[in-house]
Design a protein around this ligand. Structure first.
Ligand SMILES: [Fe+2]
Length: 487
């Protein structure tokens, strides 16, 4: 079969696939890397090693590729490597794309027909260090362990068999003080099931509890939040069903008729009792974090009123609604003392739309003040051509208590991926350190890592690491300080 990317509009320009592993010793630097910045920025995303079988397939089905910027003493080394999932290896052996629509095993070819989970995963969504291991995550399968120095694939990791769900979230929550992880798998009892299995895992990787419960309906549960005492589980109208999959459709469809829910259960103990709160349709794909006091929970999240993903169609074929897809910062208050099963919603910072919400992770599970978010500031100049899109150009440090924001404008030629945060020291004040994001330079069509100091974001980037090519795509990335690196 002849391999060609021609005729794939979604794989051109900024989305032209990188099909190579790479290694750069001593990258070009513009400005000066902070001398105290010492660690590794790990990223993971998707690249189509072979073009998709269906041209309208979700980019979430692209092959996982991990990258790392290792920074120390003012220098930076870079590496990228495909995650060698069973799917990636099967495709390479066959020299063609064997897999059909995103997470639809009925659309796969030949021996791959009916395969899902470990056989079909791309390990392309998040990459974390936990219990001394570097793990690439994708919510349809267990974590994939990678070598932290070379990014070589070691294989699936299921906590020595103690994590028994077949799926593992891309957004486990690690308590910033204790190192305890809250993880979960949804569709945990097979394809199209509404079962969620929730785990507590100690900082050393020991699974300490397993709890099983059912969601009101099968929904994408991409992210959750934890507060001091609760786990919060958003469920919304991004739905699937066995019928949908048997009809040969992409896994997810948007159902406008579905209300949204937030499930609340105790973070501690063994109870699997969930109290489901209900509200209007919305999509809470990513959270900042949550806190609670006297039974009143405050949850900050990046939320849209409707379907945020144009490649997951409306279940009734309604046209994609760009206005409803706009994702902004919202605050939810849930009162566990009240008999009311609703919540209050406050829309905030409405002129700053951005979807990939973060905080200083040292404060996860505890009181926090600052949200970190890349957003598109439409009032700032853009010198490139991103196919009519206005890319993210600013990294914001949002004071969620005070309602103000400090921002770094990357420059008119840049489009930014998700923000990552590097604390200045292990005990630095909240959000005191550096923000960084992978940038596409639309003048050169190459990639740069832009880095700013949270003490003076308005001054712009303090340093840029320039790559001699466009780096592989990113869904999520994380800065791992030297003091947290696996030995
Ligand atoms: Fe995510």
């Amino acid at each position: 079969m002849t391999l060609s990317y021609e005729g794939y509009p979604s794989l051109q320009g900024d989305f032209e696939p990188a099909r190579f592993n790479s290694q750069i010793h001593d990258c070009e630097i513009v400005g000066e890397l902070p001398p105290d910045l010492d660690g590794t920025f790990y990223r993971v995303g998707g690249e189509w090693f072979y073009p998709p079988k269906y041209r309208d397939d979700s980019p979430f089905a692209a092959d996982g590729i991990a990258t790392m910027f290792r920074i120390a003493n003012g220098s930076c080394d870079f590496a990228s490597r495909f995650v060698e999932t069973p799917r990636y290896l099967a495709n390479k052996a066959a020299r063609q794309q064997l897999f059909g629509y995103y997470r639809n095993p009925f659309t796969h070819e030949g021996e791959q027909q009916g395969q899902y989970g470990r056989a079909d995963t791309q390990s392309n969504t998040n990459i974390i260090v936990f219990a001394g291991k570097l793990l690439a995550l994708k919510e349809d399968a267990p974590p994939m362990e990678l070598d932290p120095d070379t990014l070589e694939t070691r294989g699936f990791f299921d906590f020595d068999g103690a994590y028994t769900a077949p799926t593992f979230t891309a957004h486990p929550k690690v308590d910033g003080r204790t190192g305890e992880m809250i993880a979960y798998g949804y569709e945990a009892e097979g394809l199209a099931s509404n079962a969620i299995w929730l785990y507590t895992i100690a900082a050393d990787g020991t699974v300490t509890s397993e709890r099983k419960f059912a969601a009101p309906f099968l929904s994408m549960v991409h992210d959750i939040a934890i507060s001091q005492n609760y786990v919060l589980i958003p469920v919304y109208g991004m739905v699937s069903s066995m019928e949908r999959l048997q009809e040969g459709k992409v896994h997810w469809g948007w159902d406008r008729s579905k209300p949204s829910h937030i499930g609340v259960l105790s973070r501690h103990g063994s109870s699997n009792a969930v109290r489901w709160f209900t509200g209007p349709a919305m999509a809470m794909v990513h959270t900042f974090s949550a806190t609670d006091r006297d039974g009143v929970i405050t949850l900050d999240a990046a939320v849209s009123d409707g379907n945020p993903f144009p490649f997951f169609p409306d279940v009734e074929d309604a046209p994609f609604d760009g206005a409803a897809a706009r994702t902004t910062i919202r605050r939810y208050v849930i009162d566990m003392n009240s008999a009311d099963d609703g919540w209050t919603e406050e829309k905030r910072f409405q002129d700053k739309a951005g979807a990939l919400s973060r905080i200083d992770d040292r404060f996860l599970g505890h009181d926090f003040r600052y949200g970190l978010l890349g957003y598109a500031d439409e009032y700032l100049p853009f010198a490139g051509d991103a196919g009519g899109r206005r890319p993210v150009n600013s990294l914001g440090k949002f004071d969620l208590a005070g309602g103000t924001v400090e921002s770094m404008f990357a420059g008119p030629e840049y489009g930014l991926a998700e923000v990552a945060f590097a604390p200045r020291s292990p005990d630095a004040a909240e959000a005191d350190g550096w923000v960084m994001a992978l940038a596409t330079n639309y003048e050169t069509m190459k990639s740069e890592l832009v880095i700013g100091d949270t003490r003076d974001l308005a001054a712009g980037p303090v340093a840029k690491v320039r790559l001699p090519f466009k780096a592989p795509g990113q869904v999520h990335g994380n800065w791992v300080p030297r003091w947290m690196m696996p030995s």
